[in-house]
Design a protein around this ligand. Structure first.
Ligand code: NAD
Length: 308
């Protein structure tokens, strides 16, 4: 296989500066070019992109710079014979640290103190409210790259970590594994429930009314995966009725979250604008994945992270 050009679709700007990403390939002996919508692409071009585009069906290989490739229609790439790769396998530290940050904040009220700081208010919370995460139970739903990244870090903090996974393989830091059919048993006793599965027909609405009822009323939901995996309306109802205590959310049904959305209004909900993987090194991590696959194409080896 030959590659004549590595194209970088402008939509990567959603995650990092396009030019920084392009410059990360300066040490690769392959011409790079930033392309916009509708540009003509050929069979010796490779493309890295945030968004899918119809013109990507004529190229040598497409790389999605996201781990969640749910916006890409895999069947259409298979029909066109164009390999599609994604960016899983790299978010264990970035999203893992984010999830730990949420839990520490929710336990020790950093978010509450910051809210009060804005008002210059020396706030003393009720004595019973703060707690340590040590010895608290965390249930991680989906033990892939991110799930394991959260589990290892939570285990290091002395939390009791259980997980939901389809296979019975053990995972470092996870003391007990549950099959997806036993979701309610897995989440029933957890203080924190973290969602780290991809969005698929199976996982859409995975946490909804019945799950919030099963959960402890002092439990927190953490969603760093995709919005539709947690039913937002049911979550708002559960927060209002006290079925659960709070949530930390990086992802939403609709992004950006609309200004009048009720989720903004809860003190015990931490909202971050889909920045779970955002760090100053993000473009380098993705570029390394792309470079590895350029090497594989040249050496005639199977692509890593191939999803279609
Ligand atoms: P991954 O592929 O390494 O892990 C996903 C895991 O979920 C796999 O182990 C898979 O077997 C498991 N799984 C799939 N369906 C399941 C089900 N029904 N029940 C139980 N387990 C199931 O992916 P990852 O890198 O860990 O990313 C996970 C998801 O997180 C992505 O698909 C993406 O949507 C999201 N994500 C969000 C951000 C962010 O910025 N917040 C960043 C990266 C990824």
């Amino acid at each position: 296989e030959t590659l004549d050009r590595l194209c970088i679709h402008g939509s990567v700007e959603n995650k990092f500066p396009t030019e920084s990403f392009r410059a990360a390939f300066d040490d690769l002996d392959l011409p790079t070019e930033v392309v916009g919508d509708g540009e003509s692409l050929g069979p010796t071009d490779a493309v890295s992109s945030f968004r899918p585009r119809p013109e990507f069906h004529d190229v040598a290989w497409v790389h999605c710079i996201r781990a969640g490739y749910d916006e890409f229609d895999t069947a259409s790439y298979e029909a066109a014979g164009v390999p599609l790769t994604n960016s899983t396998g790299i978010h264990d530290t970035t999203v893992g640290e984010m999830a730990i940050g949420y839990m520490l904040s929710l336990a020790r009220l950093l978010h509450v103190y910051r809210d009060r700081q804005v008002k210059r208010d020396w706030y003393a919370p009720p004595y019973e409210r703060p707690f340590t995460v040590e010895n608290e139970r965390l249930c991680v739903i989906g033990l892939g790259t991110i799930g394991e990244g959260i589990a290892r870090r939570a285990d290091a903090l002395g939390m009791e970590v259980v997980g939901v996974r389809r296979s019975d393989e053990s995972v470092p830091g996870v003391s007990e594994r549950y099959h997806p059919d036993d979701l309610h048993d897995a989440i029933g006793d957890a203080r924190f429930v973290a969602v780290t599965v991809p969005l698929t027909p199976e996982t859409e609405g995975l946490l909804a009314g019945p799950e919030f009822e099963v959960m402890r009323d002092d439990a927190y939901v953490i969603n760093v995966a995709r919005g539709p995996i947690v039913d937002d309306d049911a979550l708002v109802s559960a927060l209002e009725s006290g079925d659960i205590a709070g949530a930390a959310l990086d992802v939403f049904d609709e992004e950006p979250l609309s200004e009048d959305h009720p989720l903004w209004g809860f003190e015990e909900v931490i909202i971050s604008p889909h920045r779970g993987s955002a760090t100053n090194r993000y473009h380098l991590d993705i570029a390394n994945l792309v470079k590895e696959n350029v090497r594989r194409i040249r050496d005639g080896e199977p692509l890593c992270n191939r999803v279609a």
